[in-house]
Structures are given as structure tokens and as C-alpha cells.
Design a protein around this ligand. Sequence first.
Ligand code: NAD
Length: 370
Amino acid sequence: MRIGIPAETRPGETRVAATPETVKKLAVRHQVLVESGAGLRASCPDAAYEAAGATIVDGASALGAELVLKVRSPDGAERARMRPGSVLVGMLNPFDTENLAQLAGAGLTAFALEAAPRITRAQSMDVLSSQANIAGYKAVLLAANTYGRFMPMLMTAAGTVKAARVLVMGVGVAGLQAIATAKRLGAVIEASDVRPPVKEQVESLGAKFIDVPYETDEERDIAQGVGGYARPMPASWMQRQAALVHERAKLADIVITTALIPGRRAPILIGEDTVKAMKPGSVIVDMAVEQGGNCPLAELGQTVCRHGVHIIGEPNLAALVPADASALYARNVLDFLKLVIDKEDRFVIDREDEIVRATLVCADGAVLRT
Ligand code: NAD
């Protein structure tokens, strides 16, 4: 089979869907076509792909392969170069129905890796986790870079410096890594989430959990989430959370927000009143900015200063660590391919397989997800 690895074209995208490490494995049985320069921003030069067994080609040849591996969904120009009937694997944004309709219209069989269920068997191909882990780490480093003070407590001859106080809102994969990274830098950390199991995870990392007790069975029930994901909490709980968060944010130096609800606008957790009450020079990193933001003052792709608070709205934090983000993503893709390529190197779609069924978003000209 011919497998194409095109360069990513979306502005700010630095990652690549296959690295020399994964190409070496694919090239044993397939012809791998890598677009010249595809891996440059991820520190993977053409020569390294060639040494791994790939052929370096132009963009049209990579996109024209039977199986195309991408990081982000192809745009119109890229789709036009792909062949009807070919297979696309990538982070295709399964909630963007318009994009899926365009992929289906181009006659592609498409797998959106973000739609894989969060089950043990899918862990090795879990792109949300591999990329969120990196993003949570980088969010803390960006915050530390913008923050005008030290993170750790220091006792010096010139006096004592207090440790930074970090507040993490939303403790999924990114939030847990943000806590771990801030902890390594010596900060004092508090965290909040809707889902009950998170409390134990937060405490095991040495952070304090901000408990917003459930007052009704409905609140308790919704907080359980679905498939490990959060659901929108009732307004009563959100109000109590906001009041508590307002008090904690006033004391915080750095706030990292990661709260997401699949397929919906991100919940507002740090309103303008809370930003106004925060200390001058403090920093917010809104990791949900692409989904509308957890802070209404965050601006996509910008760092702004509002009411004396720096608000970072970087949308693609994983792309700021391109080499490792690509290495982990490429391994996720390689593991996924084992589900759809059989021992005779033929492409197969086993719709009985729950991972295949969940990720298959387009086939036979139709969108398979609403
Ligand atoms: P996510 O990115 O969808 O959301 C980030 C966090 O925001 C979640 O913890 C969510 O509960 C929280 N959140 C939503 N609304 C909130 C609000 N109003 N206030 C505070 N927090 C709010 O989450 P994710 O990192 O993709 O993780 C989702 C789930 O998947 C988790 O349960 C995680 O443990 C699970 N997971 C399972 C596996 C596995 O293989 N078993 C692997 C990775 C993750």
C-alpha cells in the first residue's frame, strides 16, 4: 500500500503524523511517501525519513496516496489533491459536521482519532491524551515565562520569596500534567473539577482539591459524566463553583483552565469580575480558548493584559513542543493502523470493533457521525 505523509499546512501547526521511527516500521511492508520538509519543524529532516525507508515526494504525491496520515484535517486545497476512495487518518475534529461533510463529499474514508473511546485497549492510540499531556506541561511553562516572579519559594540573603500559587480548573489529562509540572517548579497548587474521582488524583499529586459539594441527586448524577467526560453542570452548581473559584483566584498567581465538555462550548469558569479581583501581574492560561474559552476575556492566539492580568490564549500548545508531540502522535497513529491493516497488508474496516466504529466518521460518501 502507498502511505502518504503530507506536510501540515494549518498556520502554527508544527507537528507531523509520522516520524522516522514510525516510518521505519511502516516501510517494511508499504511504500511510504513523505512530502519534502514535512517533518522539519518537528526536527525530522528528509534525510532521516529516507534513511528509514521513505521516498521523499511533493505534496500532491503524498496526498494522492491510498492511505494519508495527517495531524489536522485537510483544507479544501488538500482535499482536492486526495483521491476518492482513499483513507484518511488524523485529528479530524469529529464534532465539526461541516468539515466531515466535505471529507465525505470528497469520497474519503476517514478516521477521526479523537473519537476513540477512553478504554484501556485504546490507550496506546489515544491522541487526546498524548497531546493534552504535552499541552498541560507547556501551559505551565508559558505561564512561568510570563509571570514576573519566581515559581518556587526561595530563601536568599536578600530576603524570602514566596512560592507561586497555581489554580488549575478542569483536571483531565492536561490538568493533571499542569499540576505535576507546576509542582516540579515548586508552586503551591489548588484544583477544581466537576467529576468526583478527580479529587483523589489531585491529592495524590500533592495539590489541594477545591470541593464544591453536590446539593441534589441531579447534580451528583450529572457530575458522574459519560464515558469519563464531563457533562454541563446545572446552573445552581456552577454558581456555587464560581463563588468559590472567585475567592481562590483572588489568591492565585497563575490560573490554568482546561475545562471542556465534548462537542459543546467550554464552560465559563473565570468571569470578568474574577479577573478584576485577581492580583496585578498574575497570569491566566486559557487552554479551552479554541472551544470558546473558560475565560471570556481570552483571545484566540493572543496574549492580552486585562485589568492587570496577563491572559494567554494560545490555541495549539502541543504544537509548541513539536518533536515530542509528533513522536507520541506518530506512535498513536501507528498503533491505530494495526486495527485497520490486516496481516496481508490489506485495508479492512471491522465495524464490530468498538474503536474502529467510533473513529470511522466518513465512508462511502456519507458522514457516519452526527
Ligand atoms: P477533557 O479535556 O474533555 O476536559 C478537561 C476536564 O475539564 C475534565 O476533567 C472535565 O471533567 C473538566 N470540566 C468540565 N467542565 C468543568 C467545570 N464546569 N468545572 C471544572 N472542570 C470541568 O478531559 P480529558 O483530559 O480528555 O479526560 C476525559 C476523561 O478521559 C477523564 O475521565 C480521563 O480520566 C479519561 N481518560 C481515560 C483514559 C483511558 O484510557 N482509560 C485515558 C485518558 C483519559
